[in-house]
Design a protein around this ligand. Structure first.
Ligand code: PEP
Length: 467
């Protein structure tokens, strides 16, 4: 049973039911809808399709709606601009005109106030590098530092510059509302800069009576500066290496990834390593050796999930990509992990109870951990400690909670009805595991559940051997 979860971004390459079905059978745990590209009508069509196919295959699948965030883009061009090193390019805001041969509009009116002469501007995933020479109220004059072709609607990165765009744009708010209407399990917040941004999204979700969890995407220097507060405030973290690798010096990226994964595991926050894991498979059937090693590294570090972007949204080999992640993750998990959970921070008595169960499971042969949950907390506490070998069977009292567990490292979520008597609930869980052949005679079950004693409920750890 694979412990590292797989997230696939959907797009034109994967929207058809037959491909979606293969991605689910292949082991996808979470589908991501990228609102930088997805249209609301498409989201309305794809969400019920995912739900139906997951139900057909009796698989819990979570949906992650990823907001565009405060992203700056260039506007439409009649023809691509063929830029040469040393050329001048002007960025203009709404309503202004440039006398230069090379100019392009930007979608953000405050752009000239946010940048200063000497700042670096990176366009189209860093492919075009420019330096700001001068600015006026409505124009920014830049020198092109490398020859390249500029197409329409390219993403702009401003490393180290504080952009004054709101944390949630009007588009993001509309997209989040759509996500809550469709009942997505996770909302990813792009370009989170500080803890306050997350609180704003949480208020919006609360107003919409949504239980969706917030995944903060770490993708620029502002987020790195507030990383500890962001990790505490969010429900999950994504190391969004696409933008992050442009916003920080590239050699810093592996160090930042490791620091974030380590901190998240210490604090018990689910963490996703995203982007470019199998980039070459957008075009090729086989990954490069370096890509396999990158995937293996994320699995070795025991990130909760690894995420495919372009590989599955527009790539030629989406199903093969999931196969590769599945194979590499399963093999690497058997070879051991980095052990960051050894310094896990335990904050309350429930977490300490879970810790004792994990110590017990680690000391037993053929151990399986069984945990029950109403809201998802206890399975997260178990996953937090990264048990050495035992799978974590998490029994949830509702399908919604079950789907929210899909992202957690090592957790196999199952839905059952809970009885008022915890012992009866344990019996139901045991028979589900037997029926699905997930346990066999001689297995040692380490069970974390409630017991009722003297009219009160207590957390309890017990061990039973399957007879
Ligand atoms: C990333 O930058 O790695 C990422 C996942 O964000 P997006 O694809 O939304 O730019």
């Amino acid at each position: 049973m694979r412990k590292t979860k797989i997230i696939c971004t959907l797009g034109p390459a994967t929207e058809k039911p037959e491909i979606l079905r293969k991605l689910i059978t292949g082991g996808t745990d979470v589908f991501r809808l990228n609102m930088s590209h997805a249209k609301p009508e498409w989201v309305r069509r794809i969400v019920p399709r995912i739900r139906q196919l997951a139900e057909e295959q009796l698989r819990p699948i979570a949906i992650l709606l990823d907001t565009q965030g405060p992203a700056i883009r260039t506007g439409d061009l009649k023809e691509p601009l063929h830029l040469k090193q040393g050329d001048i390019l002007e960025f203009t805001v709404r309503g202004s005109k440039s006398p230069e041969k090379n100019s392009v509009t930007v979608n953000y009116d405050q752009f000239p106030s946010d940048v200063s002469p000497g700042d670096t501007i990176l366009v189209d995933n860093g492919l075009i590098k420019l330096v700001v020479m001068a600015k006026k109220k409505d124009r920014v004059r830049c020198k092109v530092l490398n020859s390249a072709i500029l197409g329409s609607r390219r993403h702009i990165n401003l490393p180290g510059v504080h952009v004054n765009l709101p944390a949630l744009t009007t588009k993001d708010i509309a997209d989040v509302k759509l996500g809550t209407e469709l009942g997505v399990e996770y909302v990813a917040m792009s370009f989170v800069r500080e803890e306050r941004d997350i609180e704003q999204l949480r208020r919006l979700l609360h107003l919409r009576k949504s239980l969706a969890l917030i995944m903060a995407k770490i993708e620029d220097q502002a987020a790195i500066a507030s990383i500890d507060a962001i990790i505490k405030a969010a429900d999950a973290i994504m190391v969004a290496r696409g933008d992050l690798g442009i916003e920080v010096p590239m050699e810093e990226l592996p160090i930042i990834q490791r620091r974030i994964v380590k901190t998240c595991i210490r604090l018990g926050k689910p963490v996703v390593v995203a982007t470019h894991l199998l980039e070459s498979m957008i075009k090729n059937r086989l990954p490069t050796r370096a890509e396999i090693t990158d995937v293996a590294n994320a699995v070795f570090e025991q990130a909760d999930a690894i995420m495919l972007s372009g590989e599955t949204s527009v790539g030629r080999y989406p199903v093969e990509c999931v196969e590769v992640l599945n194979r590499v993750a399963t093999r690497i998990e058997r070879s051991g992990g980095a052990g960051y959970a050894e310094s896990a921070v335990l904050n309350d008595a429930r977490q300490r109870t879970v810790a004792s169960a994990v110590v017990l499971a680690n000391s037993l042969p053929r151990a399986k951990i069984i945990v029950f949950t109403l809201h998802g907390t206890m399975p997260r506490n178990v996953s937090h400690l990264r048990p050495e070998r035992a799978p974590i069977f998490a029994f949830a009292a509702s399908e919604e909670v079950r789907r929210r567990l899909c992202i957690l490292w090592g957790v196999c979520p199952i839905h059952i009805e809970f009885d008022k008597d915890p012992n009866k609930t344990i019996q139901t869980a045991e028979s589900v595991l037997r029926n699905q052949k997930l346990v066999t005679r001689g297995d040692n079950l380490v069970i974390i559940s409630d017991i009722v004693a003297e009219g009160s409920r207590f957390d309890c750890v017990q061990m039973r051997t399957i007879k």
